[in-house]
Design a protein around this ligand. Sequence first.
Ligand code: NAI
Length: 308
Amino acid sequence: MKVTVVGAGAVGASCAEYIAMKNFCSEVVLVDIKEGFAEGKAMDLMQTASLNGFDTKISGSTADYSKTAGSDVAVITSGIPRKPGMTREELIGINAGIVKEVTENLVKHSPDVIIIVVSNPMDTMAYLVHKTSGLPKNKIIGMGGALDSARFKYRLAEALDAPISDVDGMVIAAHSDTGMLPLLSKATRNGVPVSEFLSEDQLSYVLEETKVGGATLTKLLGTSAWYAPGAAVSVMVQAIACDQKKMIPCSLMLDGEYGESDICLGVPAIIGKNGVEQIVEIPLTSEEKEKFQAAAKAVREVNGDLKF
Ligand code: NAI
């Protein structure tokens, strides 16, 4: 399994590190536009191999896509991250051009690649990759729900004062502060609804903190987070590499599922060697359906700013 990660910045390097540490991939190629940067990150990571006990070969390239030829999976993390106070949507002007150019280069050298889109605004960037890559829709997967669900579980465990492994929960809809939909109705502690343990105030705290999870970190760090985003991508790459058929919420092109079409939004899906193997339609409450539709409307508006 050969994986390319475009963008050797905070998220790209973290994702390459987690992939290597889990030792399920033979090769990771890091690509960046900054001269020597990907080569440097790759060398630094390779010098952890004997310390951390992995055999994955990591190499770097300054935008030479011939080095990525024959990739099974490519992760797009290139672009600018937000600064404190910014929304993800404000990044579209710069990131759309970068994501389009990177996609064209990737597909030219790896026509059968599965692309995982990370750059923000992610749902719109995933839509852009669909419109410009020519790849079938099972091969384009946006990363948002895996991260947002991890943040939801973190907040649930905190409110419950329970170990994270006792907690389950999922976030769907848009990867944005306002369009994120943590499914409180389905969140559980060892199979028991969390509403059995938490007050209304605690539940709304969990909800709100989950939705602004990225913004909270951006304020603390001065830039957006990288450990959890990198780990979330590595889980998705592993599901493909090891054909796990794992259910992960991802931003996918919808064709009638959840009542929406021609839009990428976060929904649960089975991820395996073919990329998206099945979109899973779970029953939503009427309030959740309304929120899903509102998120779709907002994402459509952002998609309207794209130029192909
Ligand atoms: P960063 O600034 O640390 O790294 C981005 C890298 O992309 C830089 O090294 C830059 O040189 C490179 N780059 C820019 N243009 C390029 C091009 N044309 N070709 C190749 N490389 C290029 O940023 P960070 O923190 O790694 O974030 C990357 C993106 O991921 C941002 O758009 C951020 O908003 C997004 N993000 C998305 C998340 C999600 O859940 N979907 C979570 C966290 C970040």
